[in-house]
Write a protein that binds this ligand. Structure first.
Ligand code: GLU
Length: 477
């Protein structure tokens, strides 16, 4: 328990959520503890010569569970990174991967650094040095531990890590599979950058396909016209907000950022706002909405859906009672503390939990890893064959229509859509959509049917723990 916040630490919070679910399960003696604990955390302190001096950096790689290998999880660059945080995030990776059936154990890494304080050249030096430390201990390895982007890192850092690994293992034909979230030209996959935000969209679409679930949140109808608050317009929040507003008819009424919040009841222009933030460094002064300096208070504004997409611990015992959103989707990892979760649950809010809601990233990472190991782009073999079979059908329909004198014509729009064979992006989206639907359905079945299960988080943990337990038992430990 932290004296400052009056709440458990992030890792303890994840453990509390785990324990609530595990208490409903009939696990063999000792297995609950085996699954809950973090297997190992490696701490490294290394020096990099920068600006005429040696600067020492501290980094971590936590491995939570190796019931399946490789283990998987991002690398975060932030000043607040610490052991408790990486262990909490690694644990969430274990449950997330199990829930969406990505065949990985859970891991997470972090470097205590303010990436904004360094030039690109300096960051490359630091990243390569950090990667070197992890690679030489097999903590980056295509068969053992596969990092990915997280807060403060992206494609650029992943490309440096992949290259560092390739330099150190020159004969490894699978070197590119040592890390995911790489740029396309460095072995990445189409759709990975948008994947977590796309997953958020697919998660909400699936939720709204079940009117009984929607009713539990006191809502009705479809996503169309729903008022949404998004906290954090980083990679996840931006893509989620963009897709929900441009493809599903949601109104993004508030965006909360570091320097405040902007509000527009008619719906914010997400592209315009993102460009503004990119050039002005924040939301202050954005002409497309009303500015509020106290951004965090806007988490409490009236809306239909609240999407915290920034970081952990933003909805706490101190503000939970004031949150008005009937539906909360956790696009960030751990945005709701265990104490806040109790308060929100008691009030009847429905939470679509992080281990499901933001699993789109690791799902597409899984596809990228498979692509790297198979050394071929998805769709490369089938696309034209699929197109020629569709062409056959269209030609035959047109011939029948002409011969019979009916005179039907296929609309050009239908023909264009139907004739196009699926490329990598379409296949990635299809695989992600299927994954998000299937995972939600496994969770909601437990939510509705398992006695004692009160909420989707508990249901998600139950499904995930069950799968990890099965895997440990099959291995015979
Ligand atoms: N860092 C992301 C997450 O928290 C992605 C992890 C991955 O792709 O391995 O889920």
């Amino acid at each position: 328990m932290s004296l400052q916040t009056g709440e458990p630490s992030f890792r303890q919070s994840v453990d509390l959520m785990f324990t609530r679910a595990a208490a409903l399960m009939d696990l063999p003696p000792g297995l609950e503890e085996k699954i809950r604990v973090c297997n190992a955390t490696y701490t490294v302190r290394f020096g990099v010569r920068l600006r005429g001096e040696i600067r020492t950096f501290t980094g971590y790689r936590a491995v939570h569970s190796e019931h399946m290998e490789p283990v998987k999880g991002g690398i975060r660059y932030a000043l607040a990174v610490n052991q408790d945080e990486v262990e909490a995030l690694a644990a969430l990776m274990t449950y997330k991967c199990a829930l969406v059936e990505a065949p990985f154990g859970g891991s997470k890494g972090g470097l205590c650094i303010d990436p904004g304080a360094y030039s690109e050249e300096e960051l490359e030096k630091i990243t390569r040095r950090f990667a070197y430390e992890l690679i030489k201990r097999d903590l980056i390895h295509p068969a053992q531990n596969v990092p990915a982007p997280d807060m403060g890192t992206g494609e650029r850092e992943m490309a440096w890590i992949a290259d560092q690994y390739a330099r150190m293992t020159t004969t490894d034909i699978n070197a590119r599979a040592c890390v995911t979230g790489k740029p396309i030209h460095a072995g990445g996959i189409q759709g990975r950058v948008e994947a977590t935000g796309r997953g958020v969209q697919y998660a909400l679409r699936e939720f709204f396909r079940h009117p009984e679930d929607v009713a539990k949140a006191g809502l009705s109808g479809t996503l169309d016209g729903k008022r949404v608050i998004v906290q954090g317009l980083g990679n996840v929040g931006f893509h989620a907000a963009l897709f929900l507003s441009t493809e599903d008819g949601c109104r993004i009424t508030h965006v909360i950022e570091r320097d405040g919040a902007v509000e527009n009841p008619a719906g914010l222009d997400i592209m315009g706002l993102r460009d503004w933030i990119a050039t002005h460094g924040g939301v202050t002064g954005y002409p497309g909405g009303t500015y509020h300096p106290d951004g965090a208070r806007l988490l409490e504004a009236a809306c239909d859906i609240l999407i915290p997409a920034a970081m952990e611990g933003v909805i706490t015992i101190h503000n939970a009672a004031a949150i008005k959103a009937p539906l909360i989707l956790e696009a960030a990892n751990g945005p709701v503390t265990a104490g806040a979760d109790d308060i929100l649950r008691a009030r009847g809010s429905v939470i679509i939990p992080d281990l499901y809601a933001n699993a789109g990233g690791v799902t597409v990472s899984y596809f990228e890893w498979v692509k790297n190991l198979s050394h071929i782009r998805f769709g490369r073999m089938q696309r034209r064959q699929e197109e020629s079979r569709h062409q056959l059908l269209v030609d035959e329909l047109e011939r029948l229509s002409a011969d019979s004198g009916i005179g039907w014509t296929l609309s050009p729009d239908f023909k264009q859509k139907y004739l196009r064979g699926a490329g990598e992006l379409e296949l990635v989206r299809s695989g992600l959509d299927d994954t998000m639907r299937a995972a939600y359905q496994s969770m909601r079945a437990v939510w509705w049917e398992h006695p004692g299960v009160t909420d989707l988080r508990m249901a998600g943990f139950l499904v995930a723990i069950g799968r990890v337990a099965d895997s440990y038992q099959a291995k015979g430990i």
